[in-house]
Design a protein around this ligand. Structure first.
Ligand SMILES: Cc1ncc(COP(=O)(O)O)c(C=O)c1O
Length: 585
């Protein structure tokens, strides 16, 4: 429990005092203050919330609350001495959770706070009293300082039953990593279900155990480029099923797929296999470090979750050991920034690794196309520096026009990381590249047990045959362009300031809203409304596949029409709190 004492030497208190005195100083002589009563230090006006009148036991719900700071104290979102103001939520007398406020809140200002709740499994008298309050960490609970908390009675319904509800209950108990894209919020207040677990996937559609269907534009993170359960891929796996999935010696298919990759990728003289894109990025960096005997790595893009890179993606407490490479980030297509970085590290650069196009840097930056001149420049600098050039084509491979950025731009890297679409949705990744460098890889302590798993190699062999036979990227470009145009037309019809941005194979709708907070609310609400209308995206990114047909685009555009109109309506009325149900992103 925080103590309720208040320190008059506290810089925040002093700050408020100065503000208070300044306000008094500006008042013309003889004019009485508008409010003669000084504000109490802690005060809250509760404006709105989105808790429904009933929830199920065990159900997850994203609470949104808008409140106003009616006290004299400033609410810091973060405080160097741990005195941040946070939201506190109780079920009955038990503290359920606390949540950070998203920004500092001065007296008189509003704040919208959001937190994911998991309802308790029991409820005395069939209802919960949910109490919402604030606390100033290590200083005071607001409700102990005379602030009236927000108190909401919520009826506790019995948990849902059925196959889907059963697995959701297991996940809630034992595996929170499963929840995409609603973080475990299973249903809307409209009664419509959100996607949680899938029972069946084929083409571009996924279905849950209740028979609800979505058009999927995530396509397993882009792995199912040919569509789910592609018949030729399924048949190839079925043929391989007569033999074991794992064997002591390499299966003949491994040699076959190696040959296919060396035919398809310009600089590929040798290949190495693994299960994840991250495996290949790690193998590439390790190989480059051994080859050059250097430690510095320049990178641009996302390169997975292994130790060498994890310091860039996960919280500082998970920082990799000191033997990790020294990493420096550069922006794609920014030759000046890249050169400046190289100048500081001359002679010490082991590798330059980059996603050569369509990086998903943020939800606001459009994934950009390939810039051949920039890539040529990077390749020349690498050659001059004796650094290994690695293209991470885990997303662009088999999807970018001409099947890869290196092919389209005519810039051949030393090493190429492949994954995702390589094997028609089966788990396989590959590193291909120049013999001189790849020959170092046996020393790179790279030896995953399942690297030669046969069914994925069978799927890869078939997938590569399809790519040798058909221009898959041209078809993806066609369907992606149709999607972009259809959504932009809808958006234009509705007079909404926003558009699909990115490249046809990786695109996202961006609202042209200057306030970043409002833009986030609009973005989240759009995804929520699309999910309710049968279109599945994750954080808004859309990756079309070979299985998406014009009818799917039409249905998606119709869903966008309703969803965008709703978002606009909510934005016009600033009624986000009541409209939102899923976590903000
Ligand atoms: C460009 C890129 N590199 C590497 C990875 C890591 O691949 P995986 O998740 O298969 O380990 C990803 C995954 O999204 C990626 O997009």
């Amino acid at each position: 429990m925080p103590s309720s004492g208040r320190d008059r030497s506290d810089p925040i208190f002093v700050g408020n005092l100065i503000r208070h005195l300044a306000t008094r100083a500006q008042r013309p002589a003889g004019v009485a203050p508008a409010a003669a009563v000084a504000l109490p230090p802690y005060g809250v006006a509760w404006h709105e919330h989105n808790l429904p009148s009933s929830l199920r036991k065990g159900e997850r719900w994203q609470l949104y609350v808008r409140a106003e700071n009616r006290g004299s104290r400033f609410w810091p979102a973060q405080h160097p001495e741990g005195r941040s103001v946070e939201l506190a939520v109780y079920f009955g007398a038990a503290l359920h959770c606390t949540a950070s406020i998203p920004h500092d809140v001065a007296p008189g200002e509003d704040v919208l706070v959001s937190v994911l709740l998991t309802c308790p499994l029991d409820a005395e008298g069939g209802a919960w009293t949910v109490t919402v309050s604030f606390l100033e960490q290590n200083v005071a609970w607001f409700h102990e300082q005379g602030v009236t908390p927000l108190v909401i009675e919520v009826r506790a319904e019995e948990p849902e039953t059925g196959a889907l509800a059963d697995v959701e209950a297991i996940a809630r108990r034992s595996n929170w990593s499963m929840w995409l894209p609603t973080d475990g919020v299973t249903r809307s207040r409209t009664g419509r279900r959100y996607p949680t677990f899938i029972e069946h996937a084929a083409g571009c559609r996924v279905r849950d155990a209740n028979g609800r269907e979505w058009i999927d534009f995530v396509m397993a993170g882009g792995a199912a480029l040919l569509g789910y359960a592609h018949p030729e891929i399924q048949a190839a796996i079925a043929r391989a099923l007569t033999s074991s999935a794992v064997v002591t010696l390499p299966h003949m298919l491994e040699a076959k797929v190696t040959g296919q990759l060396c035919d398809l990728f310009p600089g590929a003289e040798m290949a190495l296999f693994g299960k994840h894109g991250s495996d290949m990025c790690t193998a590439a960096i390790r190989t480059a470090r051994l080859h050059t005997r250097r430690r510095t790595v320049l990178y641009s893009g996302y390169h997975g979750w292994h130790d060498w890179y994890v310091q860039e993606t996960v919280q500082p407490r998970l920082k990799s050991p000191s033997a990790a490479p020294e990493l420096f980030r550069f922006d794609l297509n920014d030759a000046g920034g890249f050169d400046a970085l190289v100048d500081q590290r001359r002679g010490g650069i082991a590798a330059v690794i980059l996603e050569p196009a369509a990086q998903a840097r943020s939800l606001d930056d459009p994934p950009s196309g390939a810039d051949a001149a920039f890539l040529r420049h990077v390749a020349e600098v690498c050659r001059e520096q004796g650094a290994v050039l690695i293209f991470d084509e885990i997303v662009t491979g088999f999807r970018h026009p001409q099947r890869s950025v290196q092919q389209a731009a005519g810039v051949i890297p030393d090493l190429t990381c492949l994954g995702k679409a390589l094997s028609g949705g089966m788990p396989l990744a590959a590193l291909v590249g120049r013999r001189k460098i790849m020959e170092t890889s046996p020393n790179a302590a790279y030896m995953p047990t399942f690297r030669g798993e046969v069914y994925s190699l069978a799927a890869a062999a078939m997938s590569l045959e399809i790519h040798q036979r058909e221009d898959v990227p041209a078809q993806i470009d066609g369907i992606g362009t149709a999607l972009m145009e259809a959504v932009n037309e809808v958006s234009g019809d509705l007079g909404i300031r926003g558009a699909m941005i990115g490249v046809p194979y990786r695109q996202i709708y961006r609202f042209d809203e200057p306030d970043a907070r409002r833009r986030g609310l609009m973005r989240t609400l759009l995804q929520q409304e699309l999910l309710q209308r049968g279109v599945l995206t994750y954080k808004g990114f859309m990756l079309p596949s070979l299985a998406h047909r014009p009818a799917d685009v039409e249905q998606t555009a119709a869903a966008f029409r309703e969803a965008l109109a709703h978002v606009q309506d909510v934005a016009d009325n600033n009624s986000f709190v009541r409209a939102l149900e899923i976590p903000l992103f």
